[in-house]
Design a protein around this ligand. Sequence first.
Ligand code: NOJ
Length: 545
Amino acid sequence: MMTWWKEAVVYQIYPRSFQDSNGDGIGDIPGIIQRLDYLQTLGVDVIWLSPVYASPNDDNGYDISDYEAIHPEFGTMEDMEQLIDEAKERGIRIVMDLVVNHTSDEHAWFQSAKSNIDSPYRDYYIWRDPVNGKAPNELRSAFSGSAWKYEPQTNQYYLHLFSKKQPDLNWENEQMRKDIYQMMNRWLDKGIGGFRMDVIDLLGKDADNQITGNGPRLHEFLKEMRRETFEHYDVMTVGESWVVTPETAPLFADESSKELNMMFQFEHLMLDEQPNTSKWQLKSLDLPEFKQVFNKWQTQLPETTWNSLFWNNHDTPRIVSRFGDDQTFSVESAKMLAILLHMMKGTPYIYQGEEIGMTNYPIQQIDQAQDIESLNLYEEKLAEGWTEAEIMETINAKGRDNARTPMQWTAGQNGGFTDGEPWMTVNPNTSEINVQAAVNDEQSVFYTYQKLIHLRKEHPIIVKGTFKLLLKDHPHIFAYEREFEGETWLVTANFSPETIRCSLAETSTPNIPMIANYDRSEYDLNELTLAPYEAFVVKVESNEN
Ligand code: NOJ
């Protein structure tokens, strides 16, 4: 099996917010093509492209009305093919977002299914009779409210685990599965680099028993999907799941499972919320607990199960605002977070703008929010008695719009994102945080990312080394060791705005600096004084030499 994806670094593009080329205020595919040289300079190997398919945009493209058409606001199929080719010329593969837990309610299948109980597409979705005049059961939508919507035309409810305009597909239906596989194969034949698979653990759901994730037939479907589609291509696959654990990840991603190459898991991003509530119930991060979660994922997976590494995507707040300090130490903390993550075992993913340290963009009022999740949440929490201020606080901390403000290319108008009126306001800090400034400044966050990518290509220890957590109970220091074929690297990060003293070796062990976020020529591992958010990586020389 080809495993180039273990060495690769992936860059996620949220196309709506990346680069507009035609002045309509919405990012598009020709805009991405214009920026391929920039991505090549950064050094990434793969682009994961969030959905560009035809969609009414109820959930910004995660509601697909035609899997084989490009949304006109993003361009044409010719543009898409050109993107695949031009990326390939630069050694970059395009991974498509595969959203097959649900379609849009405007997809032709649902349109036919909705009004006609005898339609061949009726059973492509999940329909149930009312129970005592109400919804069949208590299942909830991830975007607030019941997961069932009543359709008066046929006197049944359909299931939607996301918005009402995202009806869930019925994976029990064999013909539906075949249609999906054929669609996937047509994309694979276009030369794409693989699939990122949206909420993949929901496919095997058993709605009647209110089982959503990890349903009874899930792994059977994923094995079949692989056999029928990507097994025959040299591509990568990554499945998204909010509930996967180190125990269940091998079911999806172990080589022997014959399903996917790796999973996206979010356990490290769920520690700033009250346990067993929702992401909206805020709590501050406890570093020992955070380290423990990484330690688990780094050490408990079998050798044959690969993992992914990420801080950000289009659903999560900007990492420098979340776990760093986006005011006083924005550059230091952005670099610290990058170093800490990219030195771990797994395939790193960079979300657009992360490589220049883009930050959250707080809003004052709910009418400034764009995202359906935040808008629905606002209504739900108001009804539950939360105050306006409490709701705005949590939306500003966790809302998805934070990640979706346009990419900041320049200090100029609209950050160089568009010549028109941007679909979403550009963060005014584009006057300082932007690609042009970053590329012109050797000390910028951008060059830390670039160097991390280069190091990964040059040193097999980063991909293959073992992981050992150090100082596991230290409240401010995150330190670990990697080891491969007699070579040892030590990664140390001060996760706080204070100066911290600590010791990582019993003696002043000799070492060679590999990358750091402060300018220092040597490190005394026996007696370290770390500046705010300081991070460094050294190759430790054995004392005998
Ligand atoms: C996960 C996607 O990342 C998110 O943006 C989307 O809203 C849901 N899945 C539903 O497709």
